[in-house]
Structures are given as C-alpha cells and as structure tokens.
Design a protein around this ligand. Structure first.
Ligand code: ZN
Length: 415
C-alpha cells in the first residue's frame, strides 16, 4: 500500500480529542469509485484499511484512516442527474430554499461539491445567480458546458476569499453529500465565515448516522466518507466558529439523510421544535453509547454470513445471479462479503462512464442494464438498495418473467 496516499487520523475531526475507539473493521478496500479497465486488471490495485471509530469525547463517528482526496475525487463518477429520485429531490430542495429564504436575482447561491450542476440548474432557472465548486474536472466541464458556472476546486477559506471578491457574499451555501467527504472541517467553517452574508444560511445534507446504524447500512461506509454525522457532534463543531444549527429535516434520500440549517449565532434564530426532538431521540436510542455501535458491527457480520450462504447455495443449484447497479456502496458490499465472479456473473449500471469497466477489488464487468433483458439471469443482487422502489418498478417485466431480486440490506431478503 502506498503510504503517501493514506494517513492515520491523530485526533477527532470535530473536537480534536484523542479518545478514539474502533468498533468496526471492514478490512482492506479499494477506492470504491476506481473502476478498472481490462488492462488494469492484471496490475496491482491500491487498497486501504477501512476502520471506523467513535470519539469518546464528543460522540463523533469517523474513519481511522484518510485517503488522499486528490486520489479519490479528481475523476469522480457519481453523476447526480442520472437518478430520477435525485432529480425530484433537488428540484424540491431548490424551490423550498428560494421560498423560505426569499432568494432572487440580488442573492447568490453557492454549492460546494456541485457535481454536474443538477441542483444549481433549478436555482438558475428561477433567476437566482449561482456558483458551483467541485474538484472533479470531468464534472466541472459538464456543468460549465450546461451554462452553470463552476470552479474546479475544493472549498476552503482561501477559495472563499476569491468567491467574495468575484461574486460578493452568498445568501445560501449548500452542500449535499459532500460534508462527510471533507477532512479539514475547520477550514470549511472558516470559509463559511468569510463567504456567508450576515443573515446567510448554510444548508447541508448528509446520510444520517441514526439511519446508518438502525438500517445496518454498513456499505455507505467508504474512504470518501470520512465522517458519519449526528447532531450532537455537529453542534460542537459549529459553535467553535460562531455558528449554530437552527433547524433539521429528515429526508428519505440515500437510505435516510438529514438536512440541517446553520446560521451565525449572533443572528439569534430560535431553534426549531424538530431540532430539539431529534436531539432527544439520538440520546434515547443510545446513539452515543459504544454498545449500540458494537451491536451494529455484529449485525454487519450477519449480513455477510447470510448473503454468502445464499449466493453459494444458488451457485450450487445452477442458478445464475447478476448484480443490478454498480454504485460506490455496492463495491463495499461486494468486497466485504468477498463476492467475485465465482458468485456473481457481472453487474449492470446505466452510467455510461462505468460500462465496459470492472468493479474495483472484485473485478466484475459492468454492462448496460439492457444486458439483463437478453441474458435473463435467475436472480439480481440489488446493490443500490437506497433506490429500491424506483428499481423494483423498473424491473417489473423481469419479475413477471420469474426473475427474483436479492436485497442485501438491512437484512438479506429475496423478493
Ligand atoms: Zn470528538
């Protein structure tokens, strides 16, 4: 393993405490978005340890190792606009923020990790000026070509100064599914302090630790996701920089996420009822108790055991099983459960970038979804289980013809 690409975390990212306790180890994992060409299959593959720990000081859950962001994010393959569920979600988000915070042509919306510009497009259409920031060069080009001004960079205090100089202060800064990717949160908070107007709002969405733990969503743990947030540790983080959370919404995307609203403490907003309720819920379900996290870890081992047992039985009885979808999380599941071409024939995905390539670590070839129609496998292992309803609809014909679907999370189930 190349040492320069990975570093061990020395202290908690949120409180800087050193009381970190490991509760889950998923073994050595490749970078989940690093799909391979046929040529690369015979070359050594980078793998990095994937261990999760709990901060005994502030309750934060985070990875023990950080893989270099330059290695992971400069050619990112997750494209927002390829999922119908996400398109609808982004449209709702944009329209609700425009209404709630009275955004118009005199305000500025900045999105951190703006991907291909899918979310910002909805603001722009409504006449609100926008700026996207994303380090993935391939996506920056797609966004700019579509008329969404996007800078190819990581969000930081330094970058914020440039934003203010060129565009003025932002009324709203948004980050969806990006906050967990950031190692240096202090620098982001300093950046917010620079770029956000006095009564500006930081809106962040991320998969919620409570859903992760309750839903045994271990496959959402990967190197790109350095942090697994709940409310209490975040309050700690924001208060260090003169910010505070004033509202929270639970949202159904990515297996259960939350959207938090953060403003300057001096704006003195009244915290919402839902914020207080969710903080109480976190305490009541034992989210800050190491025993809860250890129970989660043992549930993860059960999924591996059950899924392998099922796939081995299917192979023995001559059934053909393919993977449906090749999302990042699927690569965690496949690698952790040691599912390679002896148990799964191939995987399919509708993102053209991935087609013809091979899954990292497990080396399954990625085909377009149409392959299923011609090939008629007996079973499909559903890897993007967070889009289960959307996909089950799409697979109506497959199921009518007798095809079965294996859902691996939160428990192995055949439907
Ligand atoms: Zn901490």
């Amino acid at each position: 393993m190349p040492k320069a690409l990975v570093k061990k975390v020395k202290h908690c990212r949120v409180c800087e405490g050193k009381n970190l306790k490991r509760f889950l180890s998923l073994g050595n994992m490749p970078s989940v978005n690093n799909f391979l060409t046929a040529y690369q299959l015979n070359k050594p593959e980078h793998k990095f340890p994937l261990n999760v720990c709990y901060c005994g000081n502030c309750g934060m859950v985070e990875l023990e190792e950080v893989v270099s962001p330059k290695y992971m994010f400069t050619n990112y393959v997750y494209i927002s606009s390829f999922s119908k569920t996400m398109l609808g979600h982004f449209e709702d988000l944009a329209l609700s923020l425009i209404k709630r915070f009275k955004l118009d042509s005199d305000t500025l919306v900045v999105e951190v990790g703006s991907n291909d510009g899918t979310l910002l497009k909805f603001f722009k259409t409504a006449g609100v000026p926008v700026l996207g920031i994303d380090p993935a060069k391939n996506l920056v080009k797609v966004a700019n070509d579509a008329g969404i001004e996007t800078w190819g960079d990581f969000f930081s205090a330094k970058l914020s100064k440039r934003v203010v100089k060129d565009k003025g202060l932002a009324s709203v800064i948004i980050g969806t599914n990006v906050f967990a990717h950031i190692d240096n949160l202090d620098d982001v908070l300093r950046g917010l302090d620079i770029a956000l107007s006095e009564d500006g709002v930081f809106v962040v969405e991320f998969p919620y630790l409570l859903n992760l733990v309750e839903g045994l969503q271990f496959d959402t743990i990967y190197h790109e996701h350095l942090s697994y947030f709940a409310l209490k540790p975040l309050m700690h983080l924001f208060s260090r920089f003169g910010f505070e959370m004033f509202d929270v919404q639970r949202i159904p995307v990515h297996g259960g996420s939350i959207r938090i609203f953060v403003g300057r403490s001096k704006a003195k907003r009244t915290p919402s009822k839902s914020l207080k309720e969710l903080l109480d819920l976190e305490e009541n379900v034992g989210l800050y108790d190491l025993r809860t996290l250890k129970k989660f870890a043992s549930g993860v081992k059960t999924i591996k055991k059950d899924l392998r047992r099922l796939l081995i039985a299917l192979r023995k009885s001559g059934k053909r099983v393919a993977g449906f979808g090749a999302p990042a999380k699927g690569n965690i599941l496949l690698n952790y459960c040691e599912i390679d071409n002896r148990l799964l024939s191939y995987v399919t995905d509708n993102i053209p970038y991935k087609q013809g390539l091979y899954t990292p670590g497990t080396h399954l070839q990625v085909f377009p979804e149409e392959k299923i129609i011609k090939d008629k496998p007996d079973y499909l292992l559903l890897l993007p289980w967070n889009f289960k309803d959307e996909i089950l609809n799409k697979l109506t014909d497959f199921r009518r013809a007798g095809g079965r679907i294996i859902v691996p999370v939160p428990r192995v189930e055949v439907i």
